[in-house]
Ligand binder design. Structure first.
Ligand code: HEM
Length: 408
């Protein structure tokens, strides 16, 4: 049985190409020693994400068996159980109930209305970078604070608390770098924090923020329970912390790896949306979808998978499937990139896709406009990739400003 090597985190695509050449689905051994089935081609990935017998709820016996956890455990591992009642841990019909309650908070008009504020945040960060000058880490100075500020403002979380969130959220998404105890502490701290925030909103009156909207959300007399509320806010926070940052970071890396490509964008902001779409396909921030398990024996691709086994859908591999994308290993913003799975597929399709696209579009447009001479300050081999199966992103991205950013 194959294992994921250290090289996998640096460059997963060569490994994926090898697997796709052999077949659509492969047994792999996770670092926990548990077997999982890695789905690597586009058709099988779509099928797996749509199959109602492949489920996500971690609180069931079948999930515990699939993860090799003792029965009687909460099933959510070291994650605080109070944070575990969210969309990505829910199956039909419960999932549709939750999704109906939270979807209005992400309505397209509401997201589009954030554009002026996102632009202002991007410019504030670029002003600060200009003041620092010289060599900076683009992730910590720009790609990270931009979506975090947006998500904190959207949720109504004081910006002063965000350094703590960064640490908690990093531990949760990159469990291999933390002990179980650190994981328990981080998730308990987040659960306590949001319970206090929700209690404060209820006591002091609801506002314009997303937490208030979720407290007030009602459909056919139905509401979110307290655990569902805390869990949903947690999911939005983690999704908002760990994804868009890497879409911006991976895009800047790809552009600067070919400086002519970066310069060609200057004065051509209308090219940015197609570029972001191709970037999502080419090196998107979610490498492998979140954990799923079979509840009955199934045939996926041409492979038989027994019941109670883990299924990992490699979105990054599906997006490089040559049968759908010609010369899939090449970055080509002129290609029609639609049909990629960077935001998932089926009922769990990303709720924040519109927000992520908006943030990335504004972030890249403003960066290119104000820093036309930006250069990479490290070569590819020096860059460190995060060791997470889920997230595809760098630890840091050193760049040289080469002249102060242009004034607004
Ligand atoms: C470029 C940025 C992003 C990418 C690539 C991304 C990707 C994904 C993917 C692949 C899924 C499905 C996972 C699965 O089926 O296992 C997902 C679900 C989700 N995402 Fe995103 N995401 C991004 C940004 C965001 C943001 C900014 C938010 C919220 C503020 C968000 C909220 C969610 C939620 C709530 C779900 C669960 C939906 C459900 O289960 O019904 N995402 N995302």
């Amino acid at each position: 049985m194959r294992q994921l090597s250290q090289d996998f985190f640096r460059t997963p695509y060569a490994f994926y190409a090898e697997l796709r050449a052999e077949g659509p689905v492969h047994a792999i051994e996770l670092s926990s020693g548990v077997r999982a089935w890695l789905v690597v081609d586009l058709d099988a990935a779509r099928e797996a994400l749509r199959d109602p017998s492949i489920r996500k709820d971690p609180h069931t016996e079948a999930s515990r068996r699939a993860r090799g956890l003792p029965t009687g455990d909460t099933g959510v591992g070291a994650v605080n159980a109070r944070l575990s009642y969210h969309l990505l841990n829910t199956d039909p019909p419960e999932h549709a109930r939750l999704r109906r309650l939270v979807t209005p908070a992400f309505a397209p008009a509401r997201i589009e209305a954030l554009a002026p504020r996102v632009l202002a945040i991007a410019d504030e960060l670029l002003d600060r970078m200009a003041a620092d000058g010289g060599r900076v880490d683009l992730l910590s100075e720009y790609a990270f604070p931009l979506p975090i500020t947006v998500i904190c403002e959207l949720l109504g979380v004081p910006v002063a608390d965000r350094a703590e969130f960064r640490e908690w959220s990093r531990i949760i998404v990159e469990p291999s770098t933390a002990t179980e105890e650190e994981m328990r502490q981080a998730t308990a701290a987040i659960a306590d924090y949001f319970e206090r925030l929700i209690a404060r909103r209820r006591a002091e009156g609801l506002g314009e923020d997303l937490v208030s909207d979720l407290i007030a959300a009602k459909a056919d007399g139905d509401r979110l329970t307290d655990d569902e509320l805390t869990s949903m806010v947690f999911l939005i926070l983690v999704a908002g912390h760990e994804t868009t940052v890497n879409l911006i970071g991976n895009t800047v890396l790809t552009l600067l790896s070919d400086p002519a490509r970066y310069r060609a964008l200057h004065g051509n902001p209308e090219d940015v949306p197609a570029l972001i779409e191709e970037m999502l396909r080419y090196d998107g921030p979610v490498n492998v979808a979140t954990l799923r398990y079979t509840t009955a024996p199934i045939t996926l691709g041409d492979i038989e998978i027994p019941a109670d086994e883990l299924v990992l859908v490699a979105l990054g591999s599906a997006n490089h499937d040559e049968r759908r994308f010609n010369a899939a290993a090449d970055f080509d913003p002129r290609r029609p990139a639609s049909g990629h799975l960077a935001f998932g597929h089926g009922i769990h399709y990303c709720l924040g896709a519109g927000l992520a696209r908006l943030e990335a579009r504004i972030a890249i447009t403003r960066l290119v406009e104000r820093c036309p001479d930006l250069r990479l300050a490290a070569d590819g081999g020096e860059l460190r990739w995060r060791e997470s199966i889920l997230i595809r992103g760098l630890h840091d991205l050193p760049v040289e400003l080469a002249g102060a950013p242009a004034l607004r």
